[in-house]
Design a protein around this ligand. Structure first.
Ligand code: PRX
Length: 645
C-alpha cells in the first residue's frame, strides 16, 4: 500500500447522521444509486440522461473514451432551452415561478417559466437578426438580472455558445476572453447595483472592444438608467430590439457533443483557459446532481444558490440545473451587506427559502458579522444547506449548521470545479452522514482516488485527488488548445485526471480536501496543508478568518506564516498571537506551529472569494507584488504590508 504524501494532522471526530425528519421524506434513502452506478456506470448515466432530459433523438452510444477525449451520448440530439423551458410550459407548468428576482435596491420581478420562454424566444430571434448562427460565440457581461439567464438560454436556443464574463472583470480581461473566443456579439447592460450604488458596466465593454475586431454588435440592457455612450451601428438597446423581434423561435436540434459554452478560468500564470462544456453530458450530470444533492422538490421548494452566474456555480446551479428540473429559485442582484448585513437572512425569511447554497468565504464573513444578524430572522423554512468553492473549516461548518440550519438541516459540502462542470464529491443528504470539513464521498457515477507522488492509491492519509473514469459533465478541452488540455489535466498521473487538489482519505473512505497542492507547505520535510493550519486557527474563538502560507526559511525550508482576521470586539495583543500559535501546535502538532501570526484587517481575495495566497507569500517574503489584476480590492495588500511591518 502506498504511503501518504501529504501529512494528515487535523482530526475531526464529529459526525452527523442524516436528520431523521429529513431522511424520512428524502428522494434517496438507500444506497441503490451508488450500487447501480458502481455495477455499470454507463448504464447508470444513460438512465439518468433519458429520465432527466428530453431528447429529439435518442443516443446510439453512451460513452466513447479515447483518453483524454470523451464523447457522451453520441447520436443523440436535444436543445438545452427546450429542456429548461418549453417542456415545462407544455406540461402545464407555465405559471410556475422560475425566478423570484430581487434587485439590490429592493425592486422585484417574478419571472414564470412562460415569461422566460417568451423572452428567450424573442431574444433568440434578436441574436439571429444580428447574424448569430449555430456554432458562433456570444460574450455576455452583465449584472445579476433576469436578462442574463435569458441571454444564455437564447444562445442555447440558436445553437451558439456563450462565454459569460464575470461583471467584476476589467476591460483587459474582457478583451482577452472576447478575442480568444472570437465572439461576434457582446450582450451587456448599462450597469447594475452593488453596495448601494449603480456600478457601470458598459464603459468597460467600450474600452475592451477597442481591441476586439471580431465583434459586430453590442446589445445593451437598460438597468440603472445611467447615461451610456452608444456607438452608432454597433451598439443597440435590448428593449428596442425586443420590441421588434418575432415571438416564436424554434429551437435548434443540437448534437449531444455540440459546444454549449466556454467559461474562462484564470490559470495562476499563463493566459486564461477557455474551458469547453458540451450539451448532453453536461446537462445530464447537472440535472442529476441538482436534483439529488439538493433533494429537490420542485413543486414546493424555494431554492437559492447565492453565487454569481459569472462563475461555474451559477451556470450549473442557478441556470441549467434548476431550470432543467423545473425548480423555483431566488435570484439576487447585489451584495450581502446592502442595506444591512442581514440581507440574505431577510430574503430567506421573506421568500421562505428551503435550500441555500453558498461559499465558505461567505459563511466566514457571516460568522464575523455576528450571530445576531441571522438571529433576528425566522429561518425555519430552510431544510438543507450547501457549500462550494473551497475547503470549509470545521468551525465555519458548525456555525452554518447551528446558526443558519438551526441544527436540523443537512449540509452538503460539494467538491467540484469549472472543469468538472458539475458536483463530483458530495453527500446524498438522506443517506450519507456528514463530517464537518469533509465533502464526504464521490457521488454515484463518479470515481476517484487519492494517490501518492508515483500515482499509487493511498488508502488512508493525504495525497493528490484524481479522477479515474470519465464523467458526463467533464470539460471537453481548452478552447483552441488541445495540447494544453492534455498537459494540464492528464499528464501528471498516467490515465488519471488531476487538477491540482490535495486531499486525504479517512478510515471511512471520506475525502477531506486540503486545498490546491500549490498550497502545501514543506516545513522541515513535513508536507503540511495550508487548509489544516487555517482550520486550526479558525477553531480558536478569537479568529474569524485565517490564511496560511509557507514563506522561504533558511532553517526549515518553509516557515508557516498565518494571517488572521479577529472577530468583532477582540483585541489583537501579543498574548493573543502567542496563544494562537500554541493553539495550532495543540490542535495539529508542534511541526505546524506558525512561526509568525499577523493580525490583519482583511485578506486579499479574488473576485470569486478565493484567498490569493501567492500575494501573501510575496508579503511574507518581502517581495514586490506579482499580478494583482484579479484581486477584488487591491488596497488590501498595502494594509497587510502595514500590519506586517
Ligand atoms: O480547490 C478546489 C476548490 O475550488 C477549485 C475549483 O475552483 P473553480 O473552478 O473556481 O470552481 C469553484 C466552484 C465549483 C477546486 O479545485 N473547491 C471547490 N469546491 C470545494 C473545493 N475545495 C474543497 N471543498 C469543496 N467543496
Amino acid at each position: 500500500m502506498a504511503e501518504p504524501t501529504i501529512e494528515d494532522y487535523f482530526t475531526e471526530d464529529r459526525s452527523f447522521a442524516p436528520p431523521e425528519e429529513f431522511a424520512e421524506t428524502a428522494l434517496v434513502t438507500d444506497r441503490s444509486l451508488y450500487e447501480e452506478a458502481a455495477a455499470d456506470p454507463e448504464a447508470f448515466w444513460a438512465r439518468q440522461a433519458r429520465e432527466l432530459l428530453s431528447w429529439y433523438r435518442d443516443f446510439d452510444t453512451v460513452l466513447e473514451w479515447d483518453l483524454p477525449f470523451a464523447r457522451w451520448f453520441d447520436g443523440g440530439t436535444l436543445n438545452v432551452s427546450y429542456n429548461c423551458l418549453d417542456r415545462h410550459v407544455e406540461a402545464g407548468r407555465g405559471d410556475k415561478v422560475a425566478f423570484w428576482w430581487e434587485g439590490e435596491p429592493g425592486d422585484t420581478r417574478t419571472v414564470t417559466y412562460a415569461d422566460l420562454l417568451a423572452e428567450v424566444q424573442r431574444f433568440a430571434n434578436v441574436l439571429r437578426s444580428l447574424g448569430v448562427q449555430r456554432g458562433d460565440r456570444v460574450a455576455i457581461y452583465m449584472p445579476m438580472i433576469p436578462e442574463l439567464p435569458v441571454a444564455m438560454l437564447a444562445c442555447t436556443r440558436v445553437g451558439a455558445a456563450h462565454s459569460v464574463i464575470f461583471g467584476g472583470f476589467s476591460p483587459d480581461s474582457i478583451t482577452d476572453r472576447v478575442n480568444d473566443a472570437e465572439a461576434t456579439v457582446v450582450v451587456t447592460a448599462d450597469g447594475g447595483f452593488r453596495k448601494g450604488a449603480a456600478s457601470a458596466l458598459k464603459p468597460n465593454v467600450d474600452a475592451a472592444l477597442e481591441a476586439c475586431p471580431s465583434v459586430n454588435h453590442v446589445v445593451v440592457v437598460r438597468r440603472t438608467g445611467e447615461d451610456v455612450a452608444m456607438v452608432e451601428g454597433r451598439d443597440l438597446w435590448y428593449h428596442d430590439l425586443m420590441a421588434e423581434a418575432a415571438e416564436v423561435c424554434e429551437p435548434e436540434h443540437m448534437a449531444a457533443e455540440d459546444l454549449l459554452y466556454l467559461l474562462y478560468t484564470s490559470g495562476t500564470t499563463a493566459k486564461p483557459k477557455g474551458i469547453m462544456h458540451t450539451t448532453g453530458g453536461y446537462l445530464t450530470q447537472v440535472a442529476f446532481t441538482h436534483r439529488y444533492v439538493f433533494d429537490l422538490r420542485p413543486d414546493t421548494d424555494v431554492y437559492w444558490c447565492a453565487a454569481d452566474i459569472g462563475w461555474v456555480t451559477g451556470h450549473s446551479y442557478i441556470v441549467y440545473g434548476p431550470l432543467t428540473n423545473g425548480a423555483s429559485s431566488v435570484l439576487y442582484e447585489g451584495t450581502p451587506d446592502t442595506p444591512g448585513r442581514d440581507r440574505l437572512w431577510d430574503m430567506v425569511e421573506r421568500y421562505r427559502v428551503t435550500q441555500l447554497y453558498t461559499a465558505p468565504t461567505a459563511i466566514r464573513m457571516f460568522m464575523k458579522w455576528g450571530d445576531h444578524e441571522p438571529g433576528g430572522h425566522d429561518l425555519a423554512s430552510l431544510r438543507l444547506l450547501g457549500t462550494v468553492g473551497e475547503p470549509i473549516n470545521p468551525e465555519a461548518w458548525m456555525w452554518y449548521h447551528t446558526h443558519i440550519g438551526g441544527g436540523r438541516c443537512p449540509i452538503v459540502d460539494t467538491w467540484w470545479q469549472t472543469e468538472t462542470g458539475a458536483q463530483m464529491v458530495a453527500p446524498l443528504p438522506g443517506v450519507v452522514a456528514t463530517k464537518p470539513g469533509s465533502a464526504t464521498i464521490p457521488l454515484p457515477g463518479v470515481f476517484g482516488e487519492v494517490v501518492d507522488d508515483e500515482g499509487n492509491p493511498v488508502e488512508r492519509g493525504g495525497g493528490y485527488w484524481t479522477l479515474t473514469k470519465p464523467w458526463p459533465a467533464m470539460l471537453r478541452g481548452v478552447w483552441g488548445d488541445p495540447e494544453r488540455y492534455r498537459d494540464t489535466y492528464w499528464s501528471r498521473f498516467e490515465g488519471r485526471y488531476f487538477a491540482g487538489d490535495g486531499a486525504k482519505i479517512d478510515e471511512d473512505g471520506y475525502i477531506w480536501f486540503l486545498g490546491r497542492v500549490d498550497d502545501v507547505m514543506n516545513v522541515s520535510g513535513h508536507r503540511i496543508s495550508t487548509t489544516e493550519v487555517e482550520s486550526a486557527l479558525v477553531d480558536h474563538p478569537a479568529v474569524a478568518e485565517a490564511a496560511v502560507v509557507g514563506a522561504t526559511d533558511d532553517v526549515t525550508g518553509q516557515a508557516i506564516v498565518g494571517y488572521v482576521i479577529v472577530r468583532g470586539g477582540v483585541e489583537a495583543t501579543a498574548d493573543l498571537v502567542d496563544e494562537l500559535r500554541a493553539h495550532v501546535a495543540t490542535k495539529i502538532g508542534p511541526t505546524a506551529r506558525p512561526k509568525q501570526v499577523l493580525v490583519v484587517p482583511d485578506l486579499p481575495k479574488t473576485r470569486s472569494g478565493k484567498i490569493m495566497r501567492r500575494l501573501l507569500r510575496d508579503v511574507a517574503e518581502g517581495r514586490e507584488l506579482g499580478d494583482t489584476t484579479t484581486l477584488a480590492d487591491p488596497g488590501i495588500v498595502e494594509q497587510i504590508r502595514d500590519a506586517a511591518r
